[in-house]
Design a protein around this ligand. Structure first.
Ligand code: AMP
Length: 402
């Protein structure tokens, strides 16, 4: 039922991404499991709890794609898509699979649209990525779209911040089992991403990562903010946003919606300067985002923004059996002229065909019967007003277009 809406979203996204110079990339449904373990981080929820992993007949461990970025990077490297020193811009539409507890806005098979910008370390690239995500939602008419942005720095920041965070959450950590404690020790930032109510409580009043940034990260974040302001992109700083995957550096962002309840993230992304290098490629600073189609549909629904499905330009109505062939030929001619036209295939009466034209919300019904055939005419009925007139069959396409 939502298929036409998905098509609409994908078309809008492709058009928008195209305006910024992004080309589409498609990646396989499953990849070597190792790809996600290496890139998402072996302490991430995705890797530890959510992957659909299976062994193929060649005893290789394969995993259904839980996210879109790592497969894109693998593809770029494998097929040498990136010229050294240049920028590569890609967009994708992908199915993702995550073993999560299904609820409103969270499914085990979900769909994402996303962009990846490879080869630029400039804050302009971060700003462009955030701009595309924002413009996409604005273009759909979503109200109150604000990007929540944060900077999580690099290694030096993490090392300093880690100690402060662990100290703040010491009481909470003492109550965890060894495995969970080990995970937090390995990547304390992950604590900020935790959905566990006890963790959320323990982190109230925790120090902000923004107070621990190295100079280059701070400068990058400041520039990003002025670029967003210049481009009139609504944003707010949200120090609690860290994102679930290990590969992020500096900028991270989400677009949230209060229309979504517990699953409030519409979209998320950020900068991952080390990812391509970690995968064995050249140093390739990159930034990207992914947005969930299902959640976008939910918000559109709750804000009354679902567009009407496209209606046919014309239903060609057969008013007597000898007109059947002329009806088929006219419908074909209209389609050749780029219009959408249908005719009855189920033997409906004249009245039944007109009722059907009304139901499918055709702009026009074009009626051909014995009299029209003899005169080389058709009866053109404007469905909205019910007005009818006799028009020559020749050149009727032009009339419909205007
Ligand atoms: P992530 O890759 O987790 O950053 O997700 C990016 C976006 O994809 C989120 O903001 C959601 O809109 C959407 N998303 C992620 N996981 C799911 C899921 N299990 N079900 C539905 N949408 C999802």
């Amino acid at each position: 039922m939502d298929a036409y809406l998905w098509r609409h979203l994908e078309d809008q996204f492709a058009k928008l991404a195209g305006q910024y110079g992004y080309d589409e990339i498609q990646t396989p449904t499953f990849e070597d499991t190792d790809l996600f373990c290496r890139t998402s981080g072996d302490t991430s929820d995705i890797v530890t709890k959510q992957m659909y992993t299976f062994e193929d007949k060649g005893a290789r461990s394969m995993t259904l794609k839980p996210e879109g970025t790592a497969p894109v990077m693998r593809s770029v490297l494998e097929h040498s898509l990136l010229q050294q020193g240049s920028v590569l811009k890609l967009w994708y539409f992908t199915t993702i699979f995550r073993y999560e507890r299904p609820q409103k806005g969270r499914y085990r098979q979900a769909h994402q649209l996303g962009c990846e910008l490879l080869g630029s370390a400039s804050p302009q690239a971060d700003a462009e990525i955030i701009e595309i995500a924002t413009r996409f939602y604005q273009g759909l008419g979503l109200k109150g779209v604000v990007a929540s942005i944060n900077c999580i720095g690099r290694q030096e920041t993490r090392a300093r911040y880690r100690d402060a965070l662990l100290q703040h959450a010491a009481g909470y950590l003492a109550g965890l089992d060894q495995e969970a404690r080990d995970r937090v020790q390995k990547n304390p930032l992950r604590l900020l991403d935790s959905k566990d109510p006890a963790a959320i409580e323990a982190l109230a009043g925790a120090p902000s990562v923004l107070d621990y940034l190295e100079d280059s990260s701070r400068a990058h974040f400041d520039q990003l903010q002025s670029l967003l302001t210049d481009a009139s992109i609504p944003y707010q700083i949200a120090p609690e946003i860290v994102r679930g995957l290990d590969y992020y550096t500096d900028t991270v962002f989400e677009v949230l919606s209060t229309d979504l309840g517990a699953q409030s993230a519409l979209c998320g992304g950020g900068r991952y300067d080390g990812l391509v290098k970690d995968m064995g490629g050249p140093d390739t600073p990159s930034v990207g985002f992914a947005l969930g189609i299902e959640r976008c549909c939910l918000v559109m629904q709750s804000q009354g923004l679902i567009p009407e499905p496209q209606c046919p330009d014309a239903v060609v109505v057969c008013a007597s059996p000898e007109a059947e062939s002329a009806v088929r030929q006219l419908a074909a001619r209209l389609r050749t002229a780029g219009l959408s036209a249908q005719h009855d295939l189920s033997g409906k009466s004249l009245k039944g065909q007109l009722k059907w034209a009304d139901k499918v919300r055709a702009r026009y019904a074009i009626i051909i019967g014995a009299d029209e055939l003899a005169a080389g005419n058709a009866t053109l009925r404007t469905m909205a007003s019910g007005e009818q007139s006799q028009v020559p069959l020749d050149g009727i396409e032009g009339r419909l277009r205007s």
